[in-house]
Design a protein around this ligand. Structure first.
Ligand SMILES: O=C(O)CCC(=O)C(=O)O
Length: 268
């Protein structure tokens, strides 16, 4: 599994592309063998730890989008090995153009067959973090063709303020999609090959289609932040919950260095 820790060759033009577009999709980041080895454990734990038992038609739009299980790295040494992988960590730091990255949290996002859309949103709405140096690696554990709900991105939307106060909901989908269309933002939503991984900034608007196939769309995500990231006061209840859950004991104004936020990769 050398691909877990060895550097991925990233061109400076790709870093510039990420700076401009707020996201990037990279092919052949992880091998099929690595994805099967860790993916089986991630999917197994997701099914085991999931608490959502209602049928799809009885759930909210958010809860129809995926089964969501967080911080699997704390549940399994095998998943911890994956989440602490040096290749993804280094890619995150290089794309963010920072000295190093810490873990904010991981989450498995399992879109069931028949699962609904993931409404448009920007992740950082949920996070009490001082800067925009946050990045999510979205790692499909199988290929994601168009009918399984690949993640799509509004190109260059990371600087747009409208919609930053909207959590994932029917309202965020309607208002953000309308605003993006009105201002001519291109929505890029192609399929993902096996081994392809996307990275997006915390303020980049994104969404995913429904899973119209008869197969589950199992995806692992790792959210990294600048290793020097500081905590700020929570703007809303969800940010307060996030703070207590993912950075317990961190203090406002200080670097977030709790036991749940290890440095994954650092230069030198
Ligand atoms: O997997 C999805 O459908 C949504 C993923 C997402 O919004 C994210 O990883 O930030």
């Amino acid at each position: 599994m050398t691909d877990l820790d060895t550097p991925y060759s990233l061109a400076s033009a790709q870093i510039a592309q990420f700076r401009r577009d707020g996201f990037i999709k990279l092919k052949h980041v992880l091998s099929p063998e690595t994805l099967v080895h860790f993916g089986n454990e991630i999917t197994r734990l997701t099914i085991e730890l999931n608490t959502e038992q209602r049928p799809l038609e009885e759930r909210s739009t958010y809860n129809r989008a995926f089964l969501q299980v967080m911080n699997l790295w704390e549940q399994s040494p095998l998943v911890a090995r994956f989440v602490m992988g040096q290749r993804l960590g280094r890619l995150a730091a290089d794309l963010l153009e920072v000295e190093g990255v810490r873990l904010y949290h991981d989450q498995s996002l399992y879109k069931e067959p028949g699962g609904g859309i993931t409404p448009a949103h920007a992740d950082q709405y949920y996070w009490p973090l001082a800067s925009d140096r946050t990045i999510t690696a979205w790692i499909p554990l199988q290929p994601v063709p168009a009918d399984m709900g690949p993640l799509g991105f509004y190109v260059g939307s990371q600087g747009v303020a409208f919609g930053r106060d909207l959590g994932i909901s029917d309202e965020s989908e309607a208002k953000i999609s309308e605003n993006m269309a009105r201002h001519g933002f291109v929505f890029e939503a192609g399929p993902f090959d096996l081994g392809e991984v996307s990275f997006h900034l915390g303020w980049t608007f994104h969404k995913a289609g429904a899973n119209r196939s008869d197969r589950p769309r199992s995806v692992m995500t790792v959210i990294y932040m600048d290793a020097a990231m500081r905590l700020v006061s929570a703007l809303n209840v969800v940010q307060a919950n996030d703070r207590d859950q993912w950075c317990p004991g961190a203090r406002e104004g200080e670097v977030i260095a709790t036991r749940k936020n290890p440095v994954v990769w650092h230069r030198g």
